[in-house]
Ligand binder design. Structure first.
Ligand code: FAD
Length: 459
């Protein structure tokens, strides 16, 4: 008999926790996983998946507009919020059921309760008023949305947690923040017919992405009808009979039906008992781990958003898998964070992999930048002025493609495939040697002949 109840106890059944638990159990470990809300975690329950379903819903209005140029007369269209939410919820329930079944099939014990650390090897299950012990503990509690807590009227704001369950579609929405979650919801609401404003304190939306992509996205979102206000923050919110009355630092006043706070997320460590067992956090409150996901306490590990490395589902999954491989399959595995392809489901969409121009300038002497901005074929008959952007950043010394950035239809799908090429170290000559697929938008990637800009160390 083991001296512990479990070989591995996982706190949080999201992307990282579920993968680690399932794989560890496959390798013969006795595993339990505690979940305080719903198995599946942020991505499945209130993140990537429901969001993408809502993005699909919101795209129809643009398709209806484009259809006329192709000869279609689209009758009067109507959107019903409650139908979308009910169908989306049914799909999320289905996925939640699949996750539960899958864990059970692999003999992972699911404990529907909040879990907190009580002692180095002891976990308190607050929902069941009992404690269990484990040889190894994995913290995979994810992140929580930030709120501006000192804002007068903050209680009237919602976050991405609530936005998926609003009783009715807001007629007017204000979204604060300029990150990908804020901007994706701006596209969703705008497409569904809600009057949408984005309020962001920074200089340009989508910090961290390539500057050409950011500026073009801004332009195209405004063309589609999203109002974007920069250099500004909320100063007060007051609820009145006709809606939420908003004032901003720059003196804007607005009346809206909902305010979605999209000002980022923080690691979810509150009340976990980390101080009791001495697990160290960094200055942003994330759990500090080494390359093998181990905290400063030998038998306690952490993966996913709670470690605030690269906060994406596939990364959390890889970290969870690496942990199970390392600890329970005698196969030390380290996650490779280089050249992670990413999609942003704004409208237009973004697909990107590798360095931005600014990052490349900071690390390389000589660069060739290839930039194409054009109207994709479908938009010609549609009479739609929206532009597509493709950009390659090439190291002029080695010819290696350091980064590729696309804005436009299906660019998320393209980034997955480009990710393979760039991960393999593709050169511009490899791109040039690849035959074009015609007629597609992506053929532009293999037909860009002359750099639009040459950046040289000695210039
Ligand atoms: P999570 O998936 O957040 O899971 C943590 C789980 O732990 C939760 O279920 C939580 O309830 C539970 N928990 C927390 N504390 C306790 C406790 N003490 N006891 C028991 N249970 C606990 N990523 C992408 O790759 N692509 C996208 O398109 C994308 N879109 C997103 C859209 C939105 C709106 C949001 C919010 C996120 C999105 N993400 C996306 C990010 C992605 O959801 C996260 O990176 C991913 O879910 C992280 O996985 P995780 O395992 O670290 O944590």
């Amino acid at each position: 008999m083991s001296e512990f109840d479990y070989d591995l106890f996982v706190i949080g059944a999201g992307s990282g926790g579920v993968r680690a638990a399932r794989m560890a159990a496959t390798y013969g470990a006795k595993v339990a996983i505690a979940e305080e809300y719903r198995v599946g975690g942020t991505c499945v329950i209130r993140g990537c998946v429901p969001k993408k379903l809502m993005v699909y819903a919101s795209k129809f209005s643009h398709e209806f507009e484009d259809a006329a140029g192709f000869g279609w007369t689209v009758g009067e269209s109507q959107f019903d919020w409650n139908t979308l939410i009910a169908n989306k919820d049914a799909e999320i329930d289905r996925l939640n059921g699949l996750y539960i079944k899958n864990l059970e099939r692999h003999n992972v014990e699911i404990i529907q309760s909040r879990a907190e650390l009580e002692a180095p090897h002891r976990i308190r299950l607050t929902g069941e008023d009992r404690s269990v012990t484990a040889r190894t503990i994995l913290i995979a509690t994810g992140g929580v949305p930030n709120l501006p807590l000192d804002l007068p009227g903050v209680e009237h704001l919602i976050t991405s947690n609530e936005v998926f369950h609003l009783d009715e579609q807001p007629k007017r929405v204000l979204i604060t923040g300029g990150g990908y979650i804020a901007l994706e919801f701006a596209g969703i609401f705008n497409g569904l017919g809600t009057e949408t404003t984005v309020l962001y304190r920074g200089e340009e939306i989508l910090r961290g992405f390539d500057d050409d992509v950011r500026a073009t996205l801004h332009e195209e979102m405004e063309k589609r009808g999203v109002r974007i206000v920069l250099h500004d923050v909320l100063t007060s919110v007051e609820k009145k009979a006709d809606g939420l009355h908003v004032t901003t630092k720059q003196g804007e006043t607005m009346v809206v039906d909902q305010i979605l706070s999209g000002i980022g997320r923080s690691p979810y460590t509150k009340g976990l008992g980390l101080e009791t067992v001495g697990v160290e956090l960094d200055s942003k409150g994330a759990i500090k781990v080494d390359a093998q996901n181990r905290t400063n306490v030998d038998h306690i590990y952490a993966v996913g958003d709670v470690t605030n490395r690269v906060n994406l589902t596939p990364v959390a999954i890889r970290e969870g898998a690496a942990l199970a491989e390392t600890l329970f399959n005698d196969n030390p595995t380290i996650v490779d964070y280089e050249n992670i392809p990413t999609a942003v489901f704004t409208q237009p969409e973004i697909g990107t992999v590798g360095m931005t121009e600014a990052e490349a300038i900071a690390t390389h002497d000589n660069l060739d930048i290839y930039l194409a901005k054009f109207r994709p074929m479908k938009n010609t008959l549609a009479g739609n002025d929206e532009k597509m952007l493709m950009k390659l950043i090439v190291d002029a010394d080695s010819d290696k493609v350091l980064g590729c950035h696309i804005l436009g239809p299906d660019s998320g799908e393209m980034s997955q495939l480009l990710g393979i090429a760039i991960k393999m170290g593709a050169t511009k000559a490899n791109f040039d040697a690849t035959m074009a697929v015609h007629p597609t938008a992506s053929e532009e990637l293999v037909t860009m002949k002359e750099p639009s800009k040459r950046i040289r160390k000695d210039d």
